[in-house]
Ligand binder design. Structure first.
Ligand code: HEM
Length: 402
């Protein structure tokens, strides 16, 4: 057993040594040991470049060509150690301006962030949105519109009060505007400049940014409103398990019983609350630069609880430059927004094209009694018996006591 282990270890060490030998150290003799164009290009491609050759190479200031000679450097006075310390955030400096990021004169994460933002973020975010639309189209072709099965009664039940509808449309209207202006800010350079030119895009971009920054408050207010008004109706209970097991009755006959909100709607509600809050907090940190730093602390917790390891991310960095905090906030804000937009596409589909009678709930606030009995049977029974009780009360009062 021991021998087998030894053989395995030797083989592994041989493989790793062989691998290490395969990748020769880059030839930096032409730059005197400083970074080469190849290093810069590798970093721009997002590859991990071992920065040890710079961090540990503080040069030989005394050996520098003196100022006196032609094309001479500042020699000893050029202070490469200081510049490297600035570059790696360890310089002990003071700045004349104040503010959290004032002493960060050089920071390293910008290029990786920019490449990710211009590349995979736009690409996969776009695929997610278009893929969701395509799936909904396929679903519509297969399932068609979910109709009211039974005979319509012509009677209406109040489903949402005016204040509930106001909260919903405040949230929905602001989200749609935020989504559009956010996508313009992210993708406009790529798709709108080629179509409309720089001049027009400059105007669109400034207007989008203004709308995006200011409408965000309406979204946050709407989020708080719907949370306060609907959280009680969205607490999970036993009916949800049955509803989910029956797939909401989407492909089968009959409708599983549901209270005011069914399990599918509860999932939408909690996605909106959790993802909407995360988008709001990361948005606030972008709105007030360098004031709300969340990522170093989150990374430290992820390391401590082994989450980063389990996700295969290794040990995450827990010391971040203020700008890096902003870069992570921007990426997180966009990624979570893409996910919520995809979820909301499905929600809008069900509320409009996908289901007969659903839209009335959020427009007039009144739904067809038969719709309520089919989709929210438990809630419909409650409301109808309450209405019946209320209707019987005045006649009781009118009946003279015997
Ligand atoms: C813009 C198009 C939208 C339409 C047509 C629409 C339609 C509706 C309708 C008809 C309902 C009531 C469903 C019922 O009676 O059971 C509803 C509920 C709801 N809406 Fe919207 N909505 C839209 C956008 C949004 C947006 C952008 C958000 C959030 C960012 C949102 C969040 C919610 C939530 C949390 C509920 C309660 C849970 C649910 O019914 O799924 N809606 N919506």
């Amino acid at each position: 057993m021991l021998r087998a282990l030894l053989v395995l270890m030797l083989t592994l060490s041989w493989i790793t040594t062989a691998k290490a030998q395969e990748t020769p150290a880059p030839d930096r003799s032409a730059t005197g040991g400083a970074q080469t164009l190849a290093d810069i290009m590798a970093r721009q491609r997002g590859e991990v470049v071992d920065e040890g050759f710079r961090r540990d190479n503080v040069g030989d200031p005394a050996g520098g060509t003196g100022l006196g000679s032609q094309l001479g450097t500042l020699g000893g006075a050029s202070d490469p150690e200081l510049w490297r310390a600035l570059r790696y955030g360890s310089a002990d400096i003071t700045a004349s301006n104040s503010g959290p990021a004032a002493t960060t004169l050089v920071q390293d994460g910008g290029m990786a962030w920019l490449m990710f933002r211009q590349g995979p973020l736009i690409k996969y975010g776009g695929y997610l949105l278009l893929g969701t639309l395509a799936l909904l189209a396929v679903f519509f072709l297969i399932r068609g519109r979910i109709r009211i099965d039974g005979e319509k009664t012509g009677r209406k039940i109040t489903r949402f009060k005016a204040v509930e509808r106001f909260g919903h449309w405040l949230l929905a209207g602001s989200f749609v505007l935020l989504g559009i202006t956010g996508l313009i800010s992210l993708m406009g350079r790529k798709f709108l400049i080629p179509a409309f030119g720089h001049e027009a895009f400059a105007f669109i971009a400034v207007a989008s940014k203004w709308v995006h920054n200011n409408i965000s408050w309406a979204f946050m207010l709407g989020l708080v409103m719907i949370f306060v008004m609907w959280v009680v109706h969205n607490l999970p209970d036993r009916t949800d398990i049955n509803w989910l097991l029956k797939g909401g009755g989407i492909f089968s006959k009959g409708h599983p019983p549901a209270k005011k909100f069914n399990a599918g709607q509860k999932l939408i509600f909690w996605s909106v609350i959790v993802l909407g809050t995360s988008i709001s907090v990361s948005g606030l940190s972008l709105l007030f630069p360098f004031e709300i730093n969340m990522f170093a602390a989150t990374f430290a917790k992820m390391n401590a609880y082994g989450i980063s390891g389990a996700l295969g991310l290794g040990e995450l960095r827990t010391t971040l430059a203020p700008h890096e905090e902003m870069q992570y906030a921007q990426l997180w804000h966009s990624i979570v927004s893409f996910v919520l937009m995809a979820i909301i596409f499905a929600h809008i589909y069900i509320g409009t094209l996908g289901m007969e009678g659903a839209g009335d709930a959020m427009t007039s606030g009144e739904v067809e009694e038969q719709w309520a009995r089919e989709h929210h049977s438990i809630w419909a029974e409650e409301v109808l018996s309450e209405t019946a009780n209320a209707a019987s009360k005045p006649s009781e009062a009118a009946t003279p006591a015997e």
